[in-house]
Design a protein around this ligand. Structure first.
Ligand code: HSE
Length: 315
């Protein structure tokens, strides 16, 4: 194995679920994201030397820090005994529904692989990134997969055959708004029902099928309608999302075709079919939150074909 001395990787924000596709659908945007720098150290195992941009909130404990868990997982896969020191530069807000824990895990897995001379393929890094995600929010790959591979993904497991790249409609534009009200994923998962009726199961699977069909046909209006057809998860989580009903109305009046919770929230994602509309919708949603006394950050963006990437390798 060719060992390098330092490596740095970037992993982008993701929107999980796409409304109706709980735990199986997700997409990547190009930024913001998290950056991880790694270098060798004498102490065995991975440990976090420094975190910037988390307001001191993230754990340094190697078993609880998502980047560290993913880094250790790669070291174990490669049977590398030497230790790794991690610097995590958080570009993503925590507990925001933008896949923050996945981005840290993916960037760490990619950086450690690069440090070791990149012996593993991107696909082979998926289980390690999932180990990192599992340390904080459960073992589901709907953020991790688009974060690693880019684009829109349907994920039905952790083998190569379980990752399905879906087409990105030409006219798909997104408006995202993140109110400054953290919603921890564990909390947002704890309010979900343990079981659902057969009727809801049929509606939910029908909704996911409609999302996939709309993506293949490039029909953004049908996509928005299908994404919004979630009868299970959004109703259970709605009370955790500030002004969800009002924001859907604001987004629609500004021209959006629909709006869903991004991942576990509280970020909301409006679906639009033109760049100008997405810009207007993002501004309108941010203004509506601010008028209600809730600080918020908005962005208008598109799906990114590219996922996480190695930024630098020092031999
Ligand atoms: N599918 C996950 C959820 C995404 O909605 O809980 C957040 O990790």
């Amino acid at each position: 194995m060719t060992m390098n001395t330092r490596a740095e990787a970037f992993a982008p924000a993701t929107v999980a679920n796409l409304g109706v596709g709980f735990d199986i659908l997700g997409l990547a945007i190009s930024e913001p994201g998290d950056t991880v720098r790694v270098e060798w150290t004498d102490a065995p195992g991975a440990h976090v030397a420094r975190i910037e941009g988390d307001g001191g909130l993230l754990p340094l404990d190697p078993e609880k820090n998502t980047a560290c868990v993913a880094a250790n997982s790669v070291l174990n896969l490669l049977d590398v005994k030497q230790g790794v020191s991690i610097t995590l530069l958080k570009g993503l807000p925590l507990a925001s529904g933008l896949g923050s824990s996945s981005a840290s895990a993916v960037a760490a897995a990619l950086a450690v692989n690069a440090l070791c001379g990149s012996p593993l393929s991107t696909m082979e890094l998926l289980p390690a990134a999932l180990d990192g995600e599992a340390a904080v929010s459960g073992r589901h790959a709907d953020n991790v997969a688009p974060c690693l591979f880019g684009g829109i993904t349907l994920v039905t497991g952790i083998e190569a055959d379980d990752i399905h790249r879906l087409p990105i409609p030409e006219a798909l534009y997104l408006a995202l708004v993140t109110p400054d009200v953290p919603v921890p994923t564990a909390l947002a998962r704890s309010v979900l029902p343990d079981s659902i009726s057969l009727r809801d199961m049929v509606a939910q699977t029908g909704g996911v099928a409609r999302v996939v069909d709309a993506l293949y046909r490039g029909d953004v209006a049908a996509l928005a309608c299908a994404m919004e057809s979630d009868r299970v998860v959004e109703p259970a989580r709605a009370h955790l999302m500030p002004m969800l009903v009002e924001m859907r109305a604001v987004a629609r009046s500004a021209g959006a075709l629909g709006l869903v919770i991004s991942g576990a929230g509280p970020t909301l994602c409006a679906i639009c079919d033109a760049a100008k509309t997405a810009e207007r919708v993002a501004g309108a949603m941010q203004a509506a939150y601010e008028q209600a006394g809730i600080a918020a950050v908005s962005r208008h963006t598109r799906v990114s074909e590219t996922g996480a990437k190695v930024l630098q390798i020092d031999a």
